[in-house]
Design a protein around this ligand. Structure first.
Ligand SMILES: [Zn+2]
Length: 269
């Protein structure tokens, strides 16, 4: 049995998530600041009940935990460890919602259940979708979800949390760049991850919501660089194929096998 360390401070249906510090002194300060109330977040799959900071189970008072104020029928009772992944999306959601509001959008944000109770977010916009992917997602699962999303939304923008790096790498290799999302102070940072794994960070507030999706400084450049590298690679491959064909015509030999990198026989002198 784990410990319950997560709550929201803005009511049973609230999204202002807080975590009880592990350090005793910091936890006592937290308890003082939380006089307005702590709730077991319904948005995280909790019961909406009141939570209290409890030091009773810990004689030294050094490691308080959160407990339900009364008897609660709650998914987190006896499964306290599942609260961390279930609350994760709430650590991104307020900053994301504030940014969307600043962009003049007031979309519906819905939860997407993920692996191990790790919840992501889906933002439905006119003709577009934003997917905040926080749970790990395999290459195949990403391709499948991406295909399905593109059937209903013309433009799909993925934002990958720290646990979804594999999916970020997949998208970057397919499209030349992927957007990664990290918490920073009370805000969010967006990183442009290129196909070679390099990441360039900007604040979410520096990004704009446009008709084409999310405009992030450096994103278009990363995609262009990838497209021109791909074009150069295809060019080189075509040149090699043409040279091989000419050589084969001239000598009547079997062309150089590019797969094995070996010549079928030594060139005649
Ligand atoms: Zn509860």
């Amino acid at each position: 049995m784990g410990e319950l360390r997560w709550a929201v401070t803005d009511g049973p249906d609230g999204t202002a998530a807080v975590v009880l510090p592990e350090d005793g002194a910091a936890a006592r300060r937290f308890a003082e600041q939380a006089r307005g109330g702590l709730w077991c977040a319904r948005e995280a799959g909790g019961c909406g009940g009141r939570l209290v900071v409890d030091t009773a189970g810990d004689p030294a008072g050094d490691r308080p935990v959160l407990r339900h104020a009364g008897d609660a029928r709650c998914a987190f009772v006896r499964h306290e460890e599942s609260a961390g992944p279930a609350y994760d999306h709430l650590r991104y959601r307020p900053a994301l919602a504030a940014w969307l509001a600043a962009q003049g959008a007031a979309p519906r944000i819905t939860r997407v259940p993920g692996r191990d109770g790790h919840t992501g977010l889906h933002v439905a916009l006119p003709g577009a979708a934003l997917e905040v992917q926080l749970a790990p997602l395999t290459d195949l699962a990403w391709r499948d979800r991406d295909d399905r999303l593109r059937r209903t939304a013309a433009r799909v923008t993925w934002l990958y949390g720290p646990d979804a790096d594999v999916a970020a790498a997949t998208e970057a290799s397919v499209r030349g760049a992927a957007l990664v999302l990290r918490r920073h102070d009370r805000g969010l940072l967006v990183g442009v991850r290129d196909a070679r794994g390099a990441v360039r960070w900007v604040r979410l507030s520096a990004c704009r919501l446009t008709a084409d999706g999310v405009a992030v400084p450096g994103l278009a450049e990363a995609r262009c660089a990838h497209a021109s590298r791909s074009a150069a690679r295809e060019d080189a491959a075509r040149r090699t194929a043409r040279q091989a064909a000419r050589w084969s015509q001239r000598t009547g030999a079997v062309p150089w096998d590019v797969r094995t990198g070996t010549l079928p026989f030594p060139a005649a002198g």
